[in-house]
Design a protein around this ligand. Structure first.
Ligand code: FE2
Length: 249
Protein backbone atom coordinates (compact mmCIF):
# COMPACT_ATOMS: atom_id res chain seq x y z
CA UNK A 1 0.00 0.00 0.00
CA UNK A 2 1.43 3.40 -1.00
CA UNK A 3 2.57 5.35 2.08
CA UNK A 4 0.39 8.29 3.04
CA UNK A 5 2.37 11.53 2.30
CA UNK A 6 1.32 14.13 4.87
CA UNK A 7 0.34 17.67 3.94
CA UNK A 8 0.57 20.59 6.29
CA UNK A 9 3.20 19.39 8.75
CA UNK A 10 6.46 19.29 6.67
CA UNK A 11 9.77 20.96 7.52
CA UNK A 12 9.47 24.38 9.21
CA UNK A 13 6.07 23.63 10.74
CA UNK A 14 5.87 24.73 14.40
CA UNK A 15 5.25 21.56 16.44
CA UNK A 16 4.31 23.58 19.49
CA UNK A 17 1.01 24.17 17.68
CA UNK A 18 0.75 20.47 16.96
CA UNK A 19 1.35 19.46 20.59
CA UNK A 20 -0.97 22.08 21.99
CA UNK A 21 -3.91 21.39 19.71
CA UNK A 22 -4.63 17.80 20.54
CA UNK A 23 -6.65 16.08 23.19
CA UNK A 24 -5.30 14.80 26.57
CA UNK A 25 -5.20 11.09 27.42
CA UNK A 26 -8.99 10.97 26.96
CA UNK A 27 -11.44 8.37 28.27
CA UNK A 28 -12.15 5.28 26.24
CA UNK A 29 -15.60 6.70 25.45
CA UNK A 30 -14.01 9.83 23.90
CA UNK A 31 -11.66 7.61 21.94
CA UNK A 32 -14.58 5.45 20.88
CA UNK A 33 -16.28 8.52 19.36
CA UNK A 34 -13.68 7.76 16.86
CA UNK A 35 -14.20 8.39 13.20
CA UNK A 36 -16.57 11.36 13.48
CA UNK A 37 -14.50 13.00 16.22
CA UNK A 38 -11.29 12.28 14.34
CA UNK A 39 -12.57 13.84 11.08
CA UNK A 40 -13.96 16.82 13.06
CA UNK A 41 -10.46 17.16 14.54
CA UNK A 42 -9.08 16.93 10.99
CA UNK A 43 -11.43 19.75 9.97
CA UNK A 44 -9.79 21.96 12.63
CA UNK A 45 -6.43 21.49 10.92
CA UNK A 46 -7.53 23.13 7.70
CA UNK A 47 -8.17 21.60 4.29
CA UNK A 48 -4.48 21.17 3.43
CA UNK A 49 -4.03 18.80 6.34
CA UNK A 50 -6.95 16.58 5.45
CA UNK A 51 -4.68 14.02 3.78
CA UNK A 52 -2.92 13.14 7.00
CA UNK A 53 -5.77 12.85 9.52
CA UNK A 54 -8.04 11.19 6.97
CA UNK A 55 -5.48 8.41 6.59
CA UNK A 56 -5.24 8.24 10.33
CA UNK A 57 -9.00 8.29 10.75
CA UNK A 58 -9.23 5.35 8.39
CA UNK A 59 -7.12 3.52 10.93
CA UNK A 60 -9.62 4.28 13.70
CA UNK A 61 -11.42 1.02 12.99
CA UNK A 62 -8.32 -0.85 14.18
CA UNK A 63 -7.83 1.23 17.33
CA UNK A 64 -9.46 -1.23 19.65
CA UNK A 65 -7.17 -4.03 18.54
CA UNK A 66 -3.53 -4.52 19.42
CA UNK A 67 -2.52 -3.88 15.82
CA UNK A 68 0.53 -1.80 15.03
CA UNK A 69 -0.03 -0.74 11.43
CA UNK A 70 3.27 0.60 10.11
CA UNK A 71 1.72 1.71 6.81
CA UNK A 72 1.13 5.15 8.37
CA UNK A 73 3.15 7.30 10.73
CA UNK A 74 0.42 6.73 13.33
CA UNK A 75 1.37 3.05 13.47
CA UNK A 76 4.98 4.01 14.17
CA UNK A 77 3.87 6.46 16.88
CA UNK A 78 1.65 3.79 18.42
CA UNK A 79 4.63 1.43 18.46
CA UNK A 80 6.66 4.04 20.36
CA UNK A 81 3.66 4.76 22.60
CA UNK A 82 3.34 1.04 23.47
CA UNK A 83 7.01 0.85 24.51
CA UNK A 84 6.69 4.02 26.60
CA UNK A 85 3.59 2.63 28.32
CA UNK A 86 5.47 -0.58 29.20
CA UNK A 87 8.52 1.29 30.49
CA UNK A 88 6.57 3.87 32.48
CA UNK A 89 4.42 1.18 34.11
CA UNK A 90 7.59 -0.71 35.07
CA UNK A 91 9.28 2.34 36.63
CA UNK A 92 6.05 3.38 38.37
CA UNK A 93 6.08 0.01 40.15
CA UNK A 94 9.79 0.27 41.00
CA UNK A 95 9.48 3.78 42.42
CA UNK A 96 6.27 2.93 44.31
CA UNK A 97 8.00 0.00 46.03
CA UNK A 98 11.80 0.16 45.60
CA UNK A 99 13.81 -3.09 45.67
CA UNK A 100 15.78 -4.07 48.78
CA UNK A 101 19.34 -2.78 48.91
CA UNK A 102 18.86 -0.06 46.29
CA UNK A 103 21.12 2.92 47.02
CA UNK A 104 19.59 6.41 47.32
CA UNK A 105 21.47 7.68 44.24
CA UNK A 106 20.28 4.65 42.24
CA UNK A 107 16.67 5.29 43.25
CA UNK A 108 17.07 8.97 42.32
CA UNK A 109 18.27 7.86 38.89
CA UNK A 110 15.28 5.51 38.46
CA UNK A 111 12.92 8.30 39.52
CA UNK A 112 14.35 10.62 36.87
CA UNK A 113 13.96 7.90 34.24
CA UNK A 114 10.38 7.28 35.42
CA UNK A 115 9.55 10.98 34.97
CA UNK A 116 10.98 10.99 31.45
CA UNK A 117 9.08 7.84 30.43
CA UNK A 118 5.85 9.26 31.81
CA UNK A 119 6.46 12.46 29.83
CA UNK A 120 7.13 10.44 26.66
CA UNK A 121 3.93 8.44 27.25
CA UNK A 122 1.84 11.57 27.76
CA UNK A 123 3.35 13.18 24.67
CA UNK A 124 2.41 10.28 22.38
CA UNK A 125 -1.02 9.96 23.96
CA UNK A 126 -1.66 13.64 23.19
CA UNK A 127 -0.13 13.43 19.71
CA UNK A 128 -2.19 10.37 18.78
CA UNK A 129 -5.47 11.45 20.40
CA UNK A 130 -8.23 9.24 18.96
CA UNK A 131 -5.69 7.24 16.98
CA UNK A 132 -4.02 5.77 20.07
CA UNK A 133 -4.21 1.93 20.06
CA UNK A 134 -5.46 -0.17 22.91
CA UNK A 135 -2.06 -1.20 24.31
CA UNK A 136 -2.15 -4.80 25.58
CA UNK A 137 -2.24 -5.12 29.35
CA UNK A 138 1.19 -5.29 30.93
CA UNK A 139 2.52 -8.44 32.61
CA UNK A 140 5.46 -8.11 35.01
CA UNK A 141 4.77 -11.40 36.78
CA UNK A 142 8.23 -12.64 35.71
CA UNK A 143 9.96 -9.73 37.47
CA UNK A 144 11.14 -9.93 41.09
CA UNK A 145 10.69 -6.28 42.05
CA UNK A 146 12.36 -6.91 45.42
CA UNK A 147 15.66 -7.71 43.69
CA UNK A 148 17.93 -4.68 43.09
CA UNK A 149 20.05 -6.52 40.52
CA UNK A 150 17.04 -7.74 38.54
CA UNK A 151 15.37 -4.34 38.54
CA UNK A 152 18.54 -2.58 37.36
CA UNK A 153 19.29 -5.24 34.73
CA UNK A 154 15.75 -5.12 33.31
CA UNK A 155 15.90 -1.31 33.33
CA UNK A 156 19.11 -1.45 31.33
CA UNK A 157 17.61 -3.95 28.87
CA UNK A 158 14.51 -1.78 28.42
CA UNK A 159 16.61 1.34 27.71
CA UNK A 160 18.99 -0.48 25.33
CA UNK A 161 16.00 -1.99 23.51
CA UNK A 162 14.11 1.33 23.49
CA UNK A 163 17.09 3.13 21.97
CA UNK A 164 17.55 0.46 19.28
CA UNK A 165 13.79 0.51 18.63
CA UNK A 166 13.70 4.25 17.92
CA UNK A 167 16.81 3.88 15.74
CA UNK A 168 15.10 1.10 13.79
CA UNK A 169 11.77 2.91 13.44
CA UNK A 170 13.11 6.22 12.14
CA UNK A 171 13.23 4.99 8.55
CA UNK A 172 9.51 4.10 8.74
CA UNK A 173 8.46 7.68 9.48
CA UNK A 174 7.48 9.88 6.55
CA UNK A 175 6.86 13.11 8.46
CA UNK A 176 10.08 15.03 9.17
CA UNK A 177 8.22 16.50 12.11
CA UNK A 178 7.90 13.15 13.82
CA UNK A 179 11.48 12.21 12.96
CA UNK A 180 12.82 15.30 14.71
CA UNK A 181 10.73 14.54 17.78
CA UNK A 182 11.85 10.91 17.75
CA UNK A 183 15.44 12.16 17.61
CA UNK A 184 14.92 14.21 20.75
CA UNK A 185 13.40 11.22 22.55
CA UNK A 186 15.91 8.57 21.48
CA UNK A 187 18.81 10.68 22.79
CA UNK A 188 17.15 10.60 26.21
CA UNK A 189 16.67 6.83 26.03
CA UNK A 190 20.34 6.48 25.13
CA UNK A 191 21.31 8.60 28.14
CA UNK A 192 19.22 6.33 30.35
CA UNK A 193 20.92 3.29 28.83
CA UNK A 194 24.41 4.77 29.31
CA UNK A 195 23.73 5.59 32.98
CA UNK A 196 22.33 2.11 33.67
CA UNK A 197 25.20 0.43 31.83
CA UNK A 198 27.62 2.43 33.93
CA UNK A 199 25.80 1.30 37.06
CA UNK A 200 25.41 -2.38 36.22
CA UNK A 201 28.20 -3.50 33.90
CA UNK A 202 31.32 -2.88 36.01
CA UNK A 203 33.18 -1.66 32.90
CA UNK A 204 33.93 2.06 32.45
CA UNK A 205 33.58 1.61 28.67
CA UNK A 206 30.21 -0.16 28.78
CA UNK A 207 28.24 3.08 28.35
CA UNK A 208 29.09 2.86 24.64
CA UNK A 209 30.24 -0.75 24.34
CA UNK A 210 30.84 -2.43 21.00
CA UNK A 211 27.87 -4.69 21.75
CA UNK A 212 25.70 -1.66 20.86
CA UNK A 213 27.98 0.67 18.84
CA UNK A 214 29.18 -0.58 15.43
CA UNK A 215 32.44 0.01 13.56
CA UNK A 216 30.97 3.23 12.07
CA UNK A 217 30.35 4.59 15.54
CA UNK A 218 26.62 4.13 15.03
CA UNK A 219 24.21 2.90 17.68
CA UNK A 220 22.51 -0.40 17.03
CA UNK A 221 19.04 -0.35 15.35
CA UNK A 222 16.44 -3.10 15.75
CA UNK A 223 13.44 -3.57 13.45
CA UNK A 224 9.93 -3.70 15.00
CA UNK A 225 9.44 -7.50 14.75
CA UNK A 226 12.63 -8.08 16.75
CA UNK A 227 11.75 -5.46 19.35
CA UNK A 228 8.22 -6.80 19.76
CA UNK A 229 9.64 -10.31 20.20
CA UNK A 230 11.80 -9.01 23.04
CA UNK A 231 9.08 -7.05 24.87
CA UNK A 232 6.12 -9.36 24.17
CA UNK A 233 6.74 -11.32 27.44
CA UNK A 234 5.80 -8.14 29.34
CA UNK A 235 2.33 -7.99 27.75
CA UNK A 236 -0.66 -10.29 28.38
CA UNK A 237 -2.00 -10.15 24.80
CA UNK A 238 -0.08 -10.39 21.54
CA UNK A 239 0.62 -7.40 19.31
CA UNK A 240 -0.28 -7.73 15.65
CA UNK A 241 2.11 -6.08 13.21
CA UNK A 242 1.00 -4.99 9.75
CA UNK A 243 2.12 -2.66 6.99
CA UNK A 244 5.84 -3.35 7.43
CA UNK A 245 8.08 -3.16 4.33
CA UNK A 246 8.59 -6.62 2.77
CA UNK A 247 12.13 -7.24 4.07
CA UNK A 248 10.95 -6.57 7.65
CA UNK A 249 7.57 -8.35 7.66
FE1 FE2 B 1 11.00 6.82 26.86
Amino acid sequence: MARQRPGAFGPGADHGRWEGSLSGEGSRLEVAQSRRGCLKRAGGMGAAALALPAAGCAAVGRINSHTLDFSTDFGVLNYAYSLEVMESDFYNRVVASPPRGIRPEELALLRDIQQHEMAHRRFFARALGPLKIDVPERDFSSVDFTSRDQVLTISRTFEDTGTAAYNGAGKLLSLAEFLSIAGKIVSVEARHAAALRDLTMNDPRAFAGDDIIDENGMERALDPPEVIDRVQPFFRERFRLSGLPGRMA
